[in-house]
Design a protein around this ligand. Structure first.
Ligand code: GLV
Ligand code: MN
Ligand code: MN
Length: 416
């Protein structure tokens, strides 16, 4: 690589202003975003992204799951693409950078190559995966899961939101149900830049996280069934209180995660109480459980203990219950050769780096099944994410995008 190429960097101001422009779409209640998957706000964000990609001379296509691919042609018409990207959908009270950074940094890579007239042998494709968050349609990473052959498309189309609306119908409604990409869809390599969503890089003053592994995840949905009854006239011993069961499950999840310290985490994130009236003993509660751990065996042990604990608790309180397996994934190890390139590019750019395990799920975890994949982390303030106050600095974003640029260029090959 010549010295001019070694010094290449993206336009930090342009990336920063694009991040701010995307955050105008689907504003949240605070400083973040509510751009949940397949809402009107998601559609508007997609259209803005598409217009930026077309202005950068990319051809934009959409697959049947609404995944968007913006392609910058390479000089070799038969070469498989190097894919860079992440997701533009957000949590209901999401930040401005979770996912968005990876997509817009991908666009910045392409614009930088355009500005400098650098041609690559392989095409570069910027991807925006549909429904990474799983907040509106569970499970998360639904569309990259279909892309990687983990889920059936029709099963994915049949996922419903809280109002019973189907993923497939909502995709059609916003005008992003696209066409087959053909048989050979796997990229040559996939690269995803993402904020860490945890505190390690900032605490240690490190610029770049080289993501060696992603931890495993298990999502369950528990439905507890008791008996609705008058809150004033029903004696305590005669109640079948599904609300009490939900409280015990919340304790159980905490206890099981702590028993598997230091790596296990467990969360009850969504609780729906029926009929949700102040003077009715709850007759039914639905709640979601999110367990994560870097080792498959431990994750299985956690689930087994949880299921046994729910059965014991339900018996004690006199409740019926069901436990639905909503989805999840096994821990993953990313591609060693690409990780070496991430370390090398960071060093060449004068950026400090360390290996790190991702606590969050990412589309990269699924794409890793069909193509060599690497993730690059940049720090975020206080490790805060899935929160409207999620924040990063312009310099952190630029450093991550610079590493992405160099690794993508190495993978795509500079054409003579
Ligand atoms: C994805 O956002 C996750 O929950 O890990
Ligand atoms: Mn994300
Ligand atoms: Mn997220």
């Amino acid at each position: 690589m010549n010295s001019e190429i070694k010094k290449l960097s993206i336009d930090a101001d342009r990336l920063w202003s694009d991040l701010a422009a995307m955050a105008e779409i689907g504003p949240g209640v605070g400083s973040g975003n509510n751009r949940q998957s397949l809402t009107d706000a998601d559609r508007d964000g997609r259209l803005l992204f598409q217009s930026w990609c077309e202005a950068a001379n990319c051809s934009v296509s959409v697959d049947p799951m609404g995944n968007m691919f913006a392609r910058r042609a390479g000089t070799d018409p038969d070469a498989m693409a190097v894919m860079v990207g992440s997701h533009l959908d957000t949590q209901p009270t999401g930040g401005r950078y979770d996912g968005v950074l990876g997509v817009l940094a991908g666009l910045e890579v392409v614009r930088t190559l355009n500005d400098l007239g650098i041609k690559t042998e392989r095409p570069i494709e910027i991807v925006n995966w549909s429904n990474e968050e799983g907040a509106r349609f569970a499970p998360p990473m639904l569309a990259s899961g279909v892309f990687a052959g983990v889920y059936e498309r029709d099963w994915a189309y049949a996922r419903t939101d809280a109002d019973g609306l189907r993923f497939g119908d909502e995709l059609e409604r916003i005008g992003f149900k696209g066409c087959e990409r053909g048989d050979d869809i796997a990229p040559h390599a996939y690269l995803e830049l993402h904020i860490e969503q945890g505190p390690i890089l900032e605490d240690e003053g490190i610029d770049i996280g080289v993501v060696t592994h992603g931890q495993g995840l298990k999502w369950l949905r528990v439905t507890l069934t008791g008996r609705e009854a008058h809150a004033g006239s029903t004696p305590m011993p005669r109640r079948a209180n599904a609300g009490l069961g939900a409280a015990r499950i919340t304790e159980l999840v905490e206890q099981i995660a702590l028993e598997h310290a230091p790596h296990a985490v467990g969360t009850v994130g969504q609780v729906n109480v029926y009929p949700n009236s102040p003077n009715i003993v709850p007759g039914r509660v639905d709640l979601t459980i999110d367990f994560r751990h870097p080792q498959t065996d431990t994750l299985i042990d956690i689930e087994t203990r949880f299921r046994a604990g729910v059965a014991t608790m339900a018996d004690e309180i006199g409740l019926g219950f069901t436990i639905e397996d909503v989805g999840g994934f096994d821990p993953v190890a990313f591609d060693a050769a690409l990780l070496a390139q991430v370390r090398q590019a960071s060093t060449a750019l004068g950026l400090s780096h360390r290996d790190i395990v991702s606590g969050a799920g990412h589309d990269a975890c699924w794409v890793n099944r069909i193509a060599p994949t690497a993730m690059i982390f940049c720090p975020c303030i206080d490790g805060l994410s899935h929160n409207e106050n999620e924040a990063i600095t312009r310099e952190w974003a630029a450093a991550g995008a610079d590493v992405l640029l160099h690794v993508a260029l190495e993978a795509a090959g500079i054409a003579c």
